[in-house]
Design a protein around this ligand. Structure first.
Ligand code: C5P
Length: 227
């Protein structure tokens, strides 16, 4: 069995991370959620008052970037690696709506992207990795053996995300979640540096009408064919 690199890109809340986690577990691969890294940098910026109603203080954030250290540490209880920002477990905090509302702005900053992309490339250099994000097949691992691009309608994605946030006890409305999904789609697809686009050699999976088990079966089959 050879070890391959699996790149999973797509819009927000398409279930990328669920599939990626299952796949990594089944294959004994490392799973990396790159969205968590952009979220952690965003949380850092918020905590350092570098984000206000005026927007992101890009210069200030770029200056402070060397102070940002990101690590994934496996957590038995959760069953996956949690995001650590400067030694602190921020896995739950980075999923909050306030972070979701700011992250796509932070992700437009090239200096932020360069820092995170180099760390991601280091993590994947031995292969045997499943990485999900927006630019994995196009920028981080253009030579990945398996590239997947996941989509679903904005309404379907907002419904899933809304239910997830509700179950965690977060007070948000469906409209708010839908607006966040649509805003992020627009920002992610139109930014100058590494916009979200499907790579030419990616396989598109529209999961609007697939349940998680059906989707997982398809993806596992594709991975097995490559190994
Ligand atoms: O995957 P998730 O929805 O948690 O990602 C949060 C945000 O981080 C995305 O909306 C996008 O703006 C940014 N992101 C990115 N490149 C990646 C992963 C995430 O720009 N590889």
């Amino acid at each position: 069995n050879r070890k391959i690199t699996i790149a999973i890109d797509g819009f927000s809340s398409t279930g990328k991370s669920t599939v990626a986690k299952q796949l990594a577990k089944e294959l004994g691969y490392v799973y990396v959620d790159t969205g968590a890294m952009y979220r952690a940098v965003t949380l850092f910026a918020m905590r350092n008052s570098l984000i206000s109603s005026q927007g992101v203080d890009e210069k200030g954030l770029i200056e402070k970037l060397p102070e940002v250290s990101l690590k994934f540490i496996f957590d038995e209880k959760r069953g996956f690696a949690a995001m650590y920002l400067n030694g602190e477990d921020v896995e739950d905090e980075i999923r909050q709506m306030e972070v979701s509302g700011n992250v796509s702005k932070v992700a437009t900053i090239s200096e932020v992207r360069q820092k995170l992309v180099s760390q991601q490339q280091l993590m994947g250099k031995e292969r045997g990795i499943v990485m999900d994000g927006r630019d994995i097949a196009t920028v981080v691992f253009p030579d990945a053996e398996l590239k997947l691009f996941m989509t679903a309608s904005p309404e379907e994605r907002a419904t899933r995300r809304f239910k997830e946030l509700q179950s965690k006890g977060q007070e948000v409305s469906y409209e708010e979640v839908l607006k966040n999904v649509e805003d992020r789609d627009l920002m992610d697809t139109t930014r100058e540096d590494s916009p979200l686009v499907m790579a030419e050699d990616s396989i598109e999976i529209d999961n609007s009408f697939l349940n998680p088990e059906e989707q997982y079966k398809i993806v596992l089959e594709l991975a097995r064919e490559m190994i």
